[in-house]
Design a protein around this ligand. Sequence first.
Ligand SMILES: Nc1nc2c(ncn2[C@@H]2O[C@H](COP(=O)(O)OP(=O)(O)OP(=O)(O)O)[C@@H](O)[C@H]2O)c(=O)[nH]1
Ligand SMILES: [Mg+2]
Length: 288
Amino acid sequence: MTARGLRRAASRLLERPAVPGRVSRACSAFRTFAEVLRLPQRQMTKLAFPLRELERQLTPDSRVGLHVKTFDPSLEAISRAESVFTAGGRHRIEYVSSAVRLDHAPDLPHPEVCFIGRSNVGKSSLIKALFSLAPDVEVRVSKKPGHTKKMNFFKVGKYFTLVDMPGYGYRAPEDFVDMVETYLKERRNLMRTFLLVDSVVGIQKTDNIAIGMCEEFALPYVMVLTKIDKSSKGHLLKQVLQIQKFVESETQGCFPQLFPVSSVTYSGIHLLRCFIANITGNLKTDGL
Ligand SMILES: Nc1nc2c(ncn2[C@@H]2O[C@H](COP(=O)(O)OP(=O)(O)OP(=O)(O)O)[C@@H](O)[C@H]2O)c(=O)[nH]1
Ligand SMILES: [Mg+2]
């Protein structure tokens, strides 16, 4: 796609209506991995490794390929990664600043990861769940699409920076394309982009445009399937298989393993913490 074509496609990211989400209840349990480890085996697996649990639904001969073992850390590695996300002492996890233009973004030396996706897909909620062990950090979420209007930068001690992006699609901010496209194209320390897809509706047209953008800019990105507490196992399995097939056949830069999560039940949150700690170089890889 030419730069102009991409820009035209990107401007369509502003147009599509989002599917309204249900109001979610707050959940304070299972923030820490120690709490998850105390659960009976089956429940523990469901929370820690949602893909592994889904795999049980398949007949043995069709299991190949669902639970891609590209990133398959030990329980011990997941526990260790938690310290990166736990504020305390000199390890401060804090909001730094917001920006509507890349040249207003804070100049931080650490590796950076960002979260993109349709408005209302659950970006801010996911970040809030990831930061639930840093109670002083305020991440604002809303049931109304288009809530996050700026790029919000959070510093995770001396380890990395995390960026909450405005959503594309329905009620996206007018300057979305200039803001986000420029950020994705030019941010030098951007290490990984997390592209969130709603498990209830799967990949939508606007998601395809965002995927096209990540591919065009040769970004390494990872797909996260959100709100898995809202879907039946059967529906979730169908989505996972469809998206994994799509990633395998249609993408170059996308990590082959999908991360299903729920910011309500904390399913998949601990694994994702471990993945982020790992890719930002903050988890020793031995024992993974
Ligand atoms: N059931 C359920 N609801 C969720 C989950 N994650 C987010 N939500 C709800 O989805 C709505 C949107 O969440 P946000 O996190 O604000 O979505 P966002 O992607 O940041 O939206 P914008 O800032 O508008 O782009 C809120 O009502 C959340 O409570 C989840 O895992 N499960
Ligand atoms: Mg938001």
